[in-house]
Structure formats: structure tokens, C-alpha cells
Design a protein around this ligand. Structure first.
Ligand code: UT7
Length: 330
């Protein structure tokens, strides 16, 4: 049976470091509040002129180099983001052009924090169905341009950062594989974490009055997101382990979406995982939504946290609500 092996990873984050103390020049917050509630100490923000595709292409080139492949060898590009450069077209085609890839399919994934998990599941399915041999999956985000830096937006503004991560998957006959994936959604909670405007359903899409009200900024019911996240993270991990017929003690590493260190710690405790089984880098990058798992994966590989043959779980929860997990033999 055809396997879908992850053969390369990469990441790209902007050079500009924004610390919690830096945020205090714009809003009433403190390093203590942010660290205690989220674990975040700093995040990366782009400098003017950097685009979502600069980050995506940077991560993709690193992943391709890691895989020892040229962009022309890609059969499919999957690009996950909640912050596209423009309303349309999606960022997948811009990435195809930036990489100089052939005119292969470029699929955009709009599943927010769960985007990379959805993307990896889709890539593996294409490979196993014989539709593609080599697939690039990228998660890329620029949040810094869409944050309300006033006190009104401080609950969200302190959380998010910019960056991109990527993985290259290739068809193989043995060795590494995406063993199982589980994907979920529950649109009844769409408004608990969303960016309402501009809206395709509203004539003119957005008004000056709505901008003044801040309705073009992301909004979140933090408590509701927190509660659902812990529950769904645990459920998704168990579900994907069951689907793969694997016990949790056999898992070498769990890379959760980097939403909040408290969420990760609650999941680690509730799911009874050992601390060394769980990867965190939110302290340095904040929440980069679709980019957070592939950035963490790329760092975990370079830190020697995974060896070929190890079992790895990727798990995410976010706006939608959406959630899901991948079980990977590395
Ligand atoms: O990928 C999924 C994305 N989102 C998440 O994962 C977020 C999930 N939720 C959370 O992580 C937490 O709900 C937050 C970290 C966002 C907030 O923590 P919380 O313990 O739920 O705080 P809260 O919203 O209940 O606010 C507590 C207080 C409020 O003040 P009062 O009403 O008690 O006087 C807020 O106004 O903290 C205040 N507050 C802040 N204070 C300093 C809110 N944001 C800030 C801030 N700095 N940045």
C-alpha cells in the first residue's frame, strides 16, 4: 500500500521580535498578565513590505531543500491560512508562482488553527489515492496587521504572531506514513472566534461606521474557546490513536497547535502525557494559527526530538470551531 511520508520540513518567521513589554506602549497590559495566562513572552511581527507569500515561500523552500527536491517536482500545493493577502484569489496560487512550481493544483484551506491538520490529511489522501506523488503543505499567517492594539483589542492582540511552516510529503512503499487523520467542525460556534468583516454577503462589504466599531478586527469569547479547546484536543488525540490502533504511551511526541501554554498544560495533564511527550514553542512565537504546528514540527525535527520510526501526533483546535489530529509514523 502506498504510504505518505513526510520527507522535509521548514519554517520562516519574521526577524522583528515584539516582547510583552513592547505591547505595553499601545495597550494596558503587562508581561505578568500575558505570561501567567498564556505562557507567551514574545512573538514575531513582519516589517512593512513583507507578504504572506514571502513567509510561505521561505518555509516552503526550506522544506524542499530539506527534502532534497526542486519546486518543479511538486504535484500539488496546499496552502492553509486565515489571513489571505487578498479576498481572492487564494494564497495557494501566489505561492505556486513564488516557488516557480509547475502549473499544478493549488488548494487553499480555510480552517484557521486546524488548517495544517486539514492540509496534511488532504495531502496524504491525495498521495494514497494515487492522485499525487509529491505534495507541499504550508501554514502561513500574518496577524500583526489585523490586531486592534488599543485596550479594546488587548485580549486578542497579545496572543497572535506572524510566521509560516511547511512540510513536503512523498509517496513511498514503506517507512514513514500518515497513519490516520480525524477532522471535525461545529459551525454553531463560528461567532465565538471570528473576523466578521468584510463580508461577501453585505452590500459594499464594509462601512466606515463598522470600521470605527472595530468589526473588521478578530473577536473572541476567550473562555468558551478555552473550554472547548481542552475538551476537543483530548478527544481528537484519543480518536486518532484509536483509528491507528496505537496506545498513547507509544507516542514519542505530540505537537499541539500552539494556542496557549495553559491549554497545552491542561491537555498534557488531562490526557496523562509525560512533559517530554509534548512540544511547546508558544513562548517565542505566540499563536500563529495555521502556521503554529508546522513551525513547531520544523523546530522539533531540528532539535532531534523525532527519529525515523517514531510515532507523532499533531492536534489542533480553533475558529469554526474546527478541530482534528494526524497520527504520523515519522
Ligand atoms: O487558537 C485558538 C485561539 N484562542 C485561544 O486559544 C484562546 C483561548 N482563551 C484564552 O487563552 C483565555 O481566555 C485568554 C488568555 C484569552 C484570557 O484569559 P482569561 O483568564 O479567560 O481572562 P478573561 O478574558 O476572563 O479576562 C480577565 C481580565 C479581564 O478584566 P476584568 O473584567 O476581570 O477586570 C480582562 O479585561 O483580564 C483582562 N484582560 C487583560 N488584562 C491585561 C484581558 N486581556 C488583557 C490583557 N492584559 N491583554
Amino acid at each position: 500500500m502506498t504510504c505518505a511520508m513526510v520527507i522535509g520540513t521548514g519554517h520562516c518567521v519574521p526577524e522583528r521580535v515584539v516582547t510583552n513589554r513592547d505591547l505595553m506602549q499601545w495597550m494596558d497590559t503587562s508581561d505578568e498578565w500575558i505570561v501567567e495566562r498564556t505562557g507567551i513572552r514574545e512573538r514575531r511581527w513582519i516589517s512593512p513590505g513583507t507578504t504572506l507569500d514571502d513567509l510561505a515561500a521561505g518555509a516552503a523552500r526550506m522544506a524542499l531543500q530539506d527534502a532534497g527536491l526542486a519546486a518543479e517536482e511538486l504535484d500539488l500545493i496546499i496552502c492553509a491560512t486565515l489571513n489571505p493577502d487578498c479576498f481572492f484569489p487564494g494564497n495557494g496560487v501566489l505561492l505556486q508562482h513564488a516557488l516557480g512550481a509547475r502549473t499544478v493544483g493549488a488548494l487553499d484551506i480555510r480552517n484557521q488553527c486546524t488548517g495544517f491538520v486539514y492540509g496534511l490529511a488532504t495531502a496524504a489522501a491525495h498521495i494514497k489515492a494515487g492522485l499525487a506523488r509529491t505534495v507541499l503543505v504550508v501554514g502561513t499567517e500574518i496577524h500583526s496587521t489585523s490586531l486592534d492594539l488599543s485596550d479594546r483589542g488587548r485580549d486578542i492582540a497579545v496572543l497572535f504572531g506572524d510566521g509560516a511552516g511547511a512540510a513536503v510529503l512523498r509517496a513511498g512503499e514503506g517507512g514513514g506514513d500518515v497513519l490516520a487523520s480525524v477532522l471535525h467542525s461545529q459551525g454553531e460556534f463560528a461567532r465565538e472566534l471570528w473576523c466578521e468583516l468584510p463580508s461577501g454577503s453585505q452590500p459594499g462589504r464594509i462601512t466606515a461606521a463598522q470600521i470605527a466599531e472595530g468589526r473588521h478586527y478578530p473577536h473572541m469569547n476567550g473562555r468558551a474557546v478555552y473550554t472547548h479547546a481542552v475538551r476537543r484536543f483530548c478527544e481528537a488525540i484519543q480518536e486518532v490513536l484509536d483509528a491507528g490502533g496505537v496506545a498513547k504511551q507509544d507516542v514519542k511526541l505530540v505537537i499541539p497547535h500552539q494556542a496557549n501554554l495553559r491549554i497545552t498544560e491542561a491537555v498534557t495533564k488531562r490526557f496523562d502525557l509525560a512533559p517530554e511527550q509534548v512540544f511547546s514553542n508558544i513562548q517565542r512565537y505566540g499563536n500563529t494559527t495555521a502556521a503554529s504546528i508546522p513551525i513547531a514540527l520544523s523546530e522539533a525535527v531540528r532539535e532531534g526530538r523525532l527519529a525515523r520510526g517514531d510515532l507523532l501526533v499533531l492536534v489542533a483546535f480553533g475558529s469554526g470551531f474546527t478541530w482534528g489530529a494526524n497520527l504520523i509514523r515519522w
